[in-house]
Write a protein that binds this ligand. Structure first.
Ligand code: CO
Ligand code: ZN
Length: 327
């Protein structure tokens, strides 16, 4: 699974430009499900047919990034963000643009570091002037963190663990699950800009139950904001975030299944942030939904960190949830 996580995490896929991630996942799905298709927004759907409950499980393919808004005469690129990125997380970092173009993020004046904002920053691709820059990049081109993947002790770190780790968990669960339920494994687009792919795919699939697999914050680093989620204590069952309140029946069923399977879990109240389940549960007349979260440190930075044990439990937990009768 380590190689799969590494490969997915390293792929280029800012919101709306998920092609590379999608083709990797499509390759992994070869011969493992009855039906695979890409819908009109670009969500990749893999169907495991059955006569039981119709369950949709979503993990998003897209990652946060930067988008070029202007190129000045000296060849520096101004940018805005795709999804929730902090100026402090991008300062001084290297980014990857389409065509293998590398860029460094700079700031206008050293004083600006005290009160950093995107408008005082720029991307430097090494161009001598505007003309040279425009040969390599254009307005609207998107950049993602360039950052290597590392397995450090019992933990993984790298870019886009949010939510390629979820994609990997879905892929592994799909290989193991044996059930009469009808399962829709959905690898969604544009989660980071507003849970967009999840909403449209849920409309088409009209499942009885919606699940999202995504990362959540942890409160276990020095001076961290108090939050009862930590790395290495098992996946989390979402209670609430900004995008949804988990359906009580789904949440309770998840807890029951975890207890039955002997899977350690944590309860999660995320004060800021959402997941695809936020989009799913508001589709049509409402779809009861829940979230299995993987605890993650340094979310939306170049080195998001997750625990290998949590990831393994997440895979087992998801298999059990998809095999459950939900009665
Ligand atoms: Co995210
Ligand atoms: Zn996410």
């Amino acid at each position: 699974m380590l190689n799969l996580i590494k490969e997915l995490s390293q792929a280029y896929g800012p919101s709306g430009r998920e092609e590379e991630v999608r083709s990797l996942i499509r390759g992994e799905l070869q011969g493992k499900v009855e039906d695979v298709y890409t819908d009109s927004l670009g969500n990749l759907v893999a169907v495991r047919e059955g006569k039981g409950k119709r369950i949709m499980v979503a993990a998003h393919m897209d990652e946060i990034g930067l988008i070029v808004t202007h190129v000045d005469d000296e060849g520096f690129l101004r940018f805005s963000s795709i999804g929730g990125l902090l100026p402090t997380s991008v300062m001084g970092r290297r980014f990857l643009l389409p065509g293998g173009i590398r860029a460094t993020v700079g700031v206008e004046k050293p004083e600006d570091l005290k009160d950093l904002s995107f408008k005082k920053m720029y991307l430097d691709i090494g161009a001598k002037d505007k003309k040279e820059a425009l040969k390599e990049v254009g307005i609207g081109h998107m950049a993602v963190f360039e950052s290597s993947f590392a397995a450090a002790g019992s933990r993984f770190s790298g870019k886009a663990m949010d939510d390629r780790i979820g994609c990997a968990v879905l892929l592994k669960a799909l290989e193991e699950v044996q059930t009469h339920n009808e399962i829709y494994f959905v690898f969604t687009v544009q989660e980071e800009v507003g849970l967009r792919g999840a909403r449209t795919s849920a409309y088409r699939l009209n499942p009885e139950i919606g699940l999202a697999v995504d990362v959540t914050r942890s409160g276990d680093t020095p001076e961290a904001h108090k939050m009862a989620v930590g790395l290495g204590k098992g996946p989390a069952v979402k209670v609430k975030d900004t995008s949804m309140i988990a359906h009580p029946r789904v949440k309770e069923r998840m807890m029951t299944v975890a207890e039955k399977e002997g899977i350690p879990y944590q309860l999660e109240v995320l004060e800021r942030g959402g997941t695809d389940a936020g989009g799913i549960h508001m589709t049509r007349e409402g779809i009861p939904s829940g979230v299995m979260s993987i605890p993650c440190r340094y979310i939306h930075t170049a080195a998001e960190m997750v625990d290998a044990g949590d990831v393994d439990y997440a895979r087992r937990f998801l298999v059990a949830l998809l095999e459950d009768s939900w009665e």
